[in-house]
Design a protein around this ligand. Structure first.
Ligand code: IMP
Ligand code: MG
Length: 259
């Protein structure tokens, strides 16, 4: 806990505590053990986000199971996930005629798993199911008609980190799952931007703390506008998380500072 104290400062709230994660993962392990009796199960971890979940889950599955790993990245444009999924690391075992269980950290739009499912079907798997730690159904692309077979928690449309999930490769080692406050430092203009969705998440958090924090952030933003914005070509605008990712990928943002 102490070693992560710095990381906890960036959380607007803890959404799922480690004790609850542990219970839910143990329960899911029992369900998988029951459902895959007598089958030839291959559990596939989607790197890097699912790695922590995967390593806990496999130890709750009481079956002779084969483990494998895949790494994917999805390209996003400024407004939405483009739906194009890039395969960075493929399977190392054959899945022909075997039962595949994809283990994912979070299902959001569903693009990643839609394309992965099609790809794995083409490799001759006899069945493909999805087990995800978190299910964020609000942002699902209805065209995919994706079935999430197992999930530990359904969560609202908020950007979460911890227990394997990251923001800009940070927070994966946080033992709990938290809603994260995000800032971007735009090196090109010297200005500061923040993610509008995160601001909204903060407003939604109940209690005095939320309102005081929002007030402080507003004062901070206004003071930064005066010190940085005027007299330069900084355009102060709210950006969404996918826009932020695009900016990072296109090299527009040279550094991301977590405050
Ligand atoms: P999808 O293709 O839109 O379903 O996106 C799935 C991937 O986006 C996940 O595997 C995560 O890597 C990432 N992602 C989506 N939402 C979050 C979040 O709230 N926190 C961290 N990563 C997320
Ligand atoms: Mg992922």
């Amino acid at each position: 806990m102490d070693t992560n104290a710095k990381l906890y400062q960036d959380m607007t709230k803890i959404l799922v505590k480690r004790e609850d994660i542990q219970k839910a993962v143990a329960q899911l392990g029992r369900e998988i053990t029951r459902d895959y009796q007598g089958r030839d199960l291959v559990m596939v971890c989607i790197l890097k986000g699912a790695s922590v979940f995967f390593s806990d889950l496999i130890r709750e599955v009481d079956l002779p199971v084969t483990l494998d790993f895949m790494a994917l990245s999805s390209y996003r444009n400024s407004t939405k996930s483009s739906g194009v999924v890039n395969l960075e690391k493929d399977l190392s075992v054959s899945i022909k005629g075997r039962d595949v269980l994809i283990v994912e950290d979070i299902v959001d739009s569903g693009n990643t798993l839609f394309y992965l499912g099609k790809y794995l079907m083409g490799r001759g798997a006899s069945s493909i199911r999805i087990a995800t730690l978190l299910d964020k159904p609000d942002r699902r692309n209805p065209e995919h008609n994706l079935t999430v077979d197992y999930h530990c928690f359904k969560i609202p449309d908020e950007f979460v980190v911890g227990y394997g999930l990251d923001f800009a490769e940070k927070y994966r080692n946080l033992p709990d799952i938290g809603v994260c406050l995000l800032y971007t430092s735009d090196a090109a203009t010297g200005g500061w931007r923040w993610n509008g969705r995160r601001m909204l998440a903060l407003k939604k958090s109940r209690g005095m703390f939320g309102y005081v924090a929002v007030l402080l952030l507003m004062v901070l933003t206004i003071s930064m506008l005066f010190t940085n914005g005027f007299g330069s070509n900084t355009r102060d605008r709210r950006i969404t998380y996918p826009q932020l990712l695009t900016m990072i990928e296109e090299g527009q943002v040279r550094s991301v500072a977590i405050r």
